[in-house]
Structure formats: structure tokens, C-alpha cells
Design a protein around this ligand. Structure first.
Ligand code: G3H
Length: 263
């Protein structure tokens, strides 16, 4: 089954509203009018940017009328209430976003995110009609201990607990080996493909309808850049990228999108 490639930029804690709007202007200049010229005659990837909460509205306004989709980097499971520092699905929707990243390893590492809270946040995203990009991935110690698949399986099963085949239409999985994030040490094409194939196989086991495994997009994240994107995106089970550092550089991000259009 042909899966539409998704190239997602996770801006992390970078770019305030003014700088974020400027980055969108720069991206639009890279992509050309209507974002069509970079991909004309080729498969058109979806392109998503995920700024900080305070930058969302400015970026949504600047992205209007372009091909750029806008997502947030987190969501709380409650609709409202005493949850200092959190944000609800309804609030995100009010900002005009359509996507949300959930369970990034930085959230797991620094903010106590667990498989159970990832699952709760995912349910909130789906309840609010948002497409979720659910992150999984092993640490270096886990890879060296030979437990990559065990860890990834636990994270995928935990994140997708009680999620239906129908819900999965709005779920994207991002495989991000923690040791590759922001380190410049990208997984090899083969290492990444191996885990992506494992995740797709796991989805086959978890969902009786084979359409789930066939249609769920699995992104790679971790030091993906303009130089290595084409090789990663050529792998049969890699359906796009979740990109940190390179998503802040318009020319590099555009190069990755163009590589995706050729993949
Ligand atoms: O969400 C994005 C990933 O953490 C990858 O970040 P990076 O491309 O800077 O390694």
C-alpha cells in the first residue's frame, strides 16, 4: 500500500512568534508558490511544522494558504482544569493546529512521561480530531544490551492500548533512537529499516485488520539531515522523518522534503 510520506519538523524549544513566522516565510520561499514547485511531477509529501505553544498562532497565520501543516509538541489528557503548564486538545484546536507530537523521548527523559501518560495524551488527541505523532525509541544502553525490540514493543503497545483500527487512521509512529537525537550519529539505513519493519510487524500482530500495519506511517527521527535523508527515505518501511535541528534551517528542510518527493 502506498503511504504518503510525512516530513515533520520538531522545532523543540526554539523560535518565538516573530522568528517562527519568519521561518515559515523562508520555507515558503524555498517551496515556491503554493508549495507545489518542489514536488511537481513527483509524489507530494505532507509537510508539518511543530513550534512551541506560544508560536503556534503566528505560525498558523503565516502558513495559511500554503502546503504547511502545523502541529504542537504536547497535549494534556484533560479538557481543562488545574494542570499548571499544560495545554488541552481544545486549546490546540482553537489555535488552528491539526497535529500533535506525543511521547517524545525528551518528554520521557526530562518530564516523567510514561507509556501510560502517552496513551492518555494520544486518546485526548484523537478525541479532539488531531493527528498524533507518537514517538518511541531505545536508549544507547538499551541498544547495546540487545533490548531495542523489547523496549520499542513495550512503548508501542503502551501507547496504543485501547486504540482501535479506526483510530489508527490518525496515528503516525515516529521511531527515534534516543542515541541518534541531536548527536549527529544517525542510525544507518539498515538499522532504521530493521526497527521500522519490526514495528510494522508488531502492528500486524496487534490489529486483526492488516490495513493498519499497511497504512500506518512510521517516521524516522534522529539526526536526519539534508545529506542522509534520501537513503533513509528510500527504505521500504520508512514513511518520512521527524526532524529536529535540520528543520530550523529552511534550505536543509526543503532539501529533505524534495528527497521525500523522490523517494
Ligand atoms: O523530534 C525530533 C528528533 O528529536 C530529532 O532531532 P534531531 O533531528 O535534532 O536529531
Amino acid at each position: 500500500m502506498a503511504r504518503q510520506i510525512l516530513i515533520a519538523g520538531n522545532w523543540k524549544m526554539n523560535k518565538g512568534a516573530a522568528d517562527g513566522a519568519q521561518l515559515i516565510k523562508d520555507l515558503k520561499a524555498q517551496f515556491g508558490s503554493g508549495c507545489s514547485c518542489c514536488c511537481s511531477g513527483a509524489k507530494k509529501p505532507e509537510v508539518l511544522v511543530c513550534p512551541t505553544f506560544t508560536t503556534l498562532s503566528a505560525v498558523v497565520a503565516e502558513a495559511q494558504g500554503s502546503c504547511l501543516l502545523v502541529g504542537a509538541q504536547n497535549i494534556h489528557w484533560a479538557d481543562q482544569g488545574a494542570f499548571t503548564g499544560e495545554i488541552s486538545g481544545a486549546m490546540l484546536k482553537e489555535c488552528g493546529v491539526t497535529h500533535v507530537i506525543i511521547g517524545h523521548s525528551e518528554r520521557r527523559q526530562y518530564f516523567g512521561e510514561t507509556d501510560a501518560t502517552v496513551n492518555q495524551r494520544l486518546k485526548a488527541a484523537l478525541k479532539n480530531g488531531l493527528t498524533a505523532v507518537v514517538c518511541v525509541g531505545e536508549t544507547l544502553a538499551e541498544r547495546e544490551a540487545g533490548t531495542t525490540n523489547v523496549v520499542v514493543e513495550r512503548q508501542v503497545r503502551g501507547a496504543l492500548a485501547d486504540i482501535s483500527a479506526d483510530d489508527m487512521k490518525k496515528v503516525v509512529i515516529a521511531y527515534e533512537p534516543v542515541w541518534a537525537i541531536g548527536t549527529g550519529k544517525v542510525a544507518s539505513d539498515e538499522q532504521a529499516q530493521e526497527v521500522h519493519a519490526f514495528i510494522r510487524g508488531l502492528l500486524k500482530v496487534m490489529f486483526s485488520c492488516p490495513c493498519v500495519a499497511d497504512s500506518t506511517r512510521i517516521l524516522y527521527g534522529g539526526s536526519m539531515n539534508a545529506a542522509n535523508a534520501a537513503g533513509l527515505l528510500a527504505q521500504p518501511d520508512i514513511d518520512g522523518g521527524l526532524i529536529g535541528g535540520a528543520s530550523l534551517k529552511p534550505a536543509d528542510f526543503a532539501t529533505i522534503v524534495k528527497a521525500a518527493a523522490q523517494a
